[in-house]
Design a protein around this ligand. Structure first.
Ligand code: PXP
Length: 240
């Protein structure tokens, strides 16, 4: 079964609503690990709307599973990643006005600049993942840029109405996933996945990791984070 990377950004969103100290994402990471998280993910945004620099530093010291830092390909973020040295960095596009990551990274249009970032991170032993749309051009560009992992954007699949529209989006993800594997890269996927739509994606052949945040943190309000993570793993396995 694929591993589960739990994105805890929205624990920090709640904390930042009062600019205070609780709930603490470091505590959330412990609970997520106890629930079975295989990786912990945080996105340090340029505008620091949720995760703060202090969170990344403390998580790097305390998390027992690999830490995945989502980041824009910006000089400031590269410097932070090189200093903190997470196990993995997922490069994402970032717009100040967006509510969440809206689309995949356009590696094809920015191949030279992105390759430089990948090299600077890889030099520090950080594994680089490209968050891309299910588009074969982007898969090939990611390989050229030196990524060893691609995370396919499942947002369009998740938002599509069940039936032919969703089937079409799933087929795009499946085909891009096949190309990622044929290109010798690791296949990950994420965005917009929840307890009901995850199972189809989790069944993709040779899928390594799913990265899920909002649905798990939302469910945790009612049943606790440890249990919300455990139940997502059950949903992924198709048993629940
Ligand atoms: N993967 C990436 C690259 C993301 O940017 C996000 C959102 O931060 C996720 C996965 C998780 O998406 P969601 O919160 O919709 O589960």
């Amino acid at each position: 079964m694929a591993k589960l990377g739990v994105n805890i950004d929205h624990v920090a969103t709640l904390r930042q609503a009062r600019q205070g100290t609780e709930p603490d994402p470091v505590w959330a990471a412990v609970e997520a690990e106890l629930g079975g998280a295989d990786l912990i993910t945080v996105h340090l945004r340029e505008d620091r709307r949720h995760i703060q620099d202090r969170d990344v530093e403390l998580l790097r010291q305390s998390v027992q599973v690999p830490l995945n830092l989502e980041m824009a390909a910006l000089k400031e973020m590269v410097a932070i990643a090189r200093r903190v040295k997470p196990a993995m960095a997922t490069l994402v596009p970032e717009k100040r006005t967006e509510v969440t990551t809206e689309g995949g990274l356009d590696v094809a249009a920015n191949n030279r600049a992105i390759s430089t970032v990948v090299r600077r991170l890889s030099d520090m032993g950080i594994t680089c993942s490209a968050f891309i749309d299910a588009d074969l051009r982007q898969v090939h560009a990611a390989q050229q840029a030196g990524f060893t992992i691609c995370e396919l954007h499942t947002g369009p699949y998740a938002l599509a109405t069940a039936g032919p529209a969703r089937d079409k989006e799933f087929e795009r993800v499946r085909a891009a996933g096949e190309e990622i594997l044929n290109s010798g890269m690791q296949l990950n996927a994420g965005h917009g996945l929840n307890y009901t739509n995850v199972q189809t994606i989790a069944r993709l052949p040779h899928l390594s990791e799913l990265h899920i945040g909002h649905a798990i943190v939302s469910r945790s309000l009612f049943i606790g984070l440890r249990e919300a993570v455990a139940r997502m793993k059950i949903a992924m396995s198709g048993v629940g």
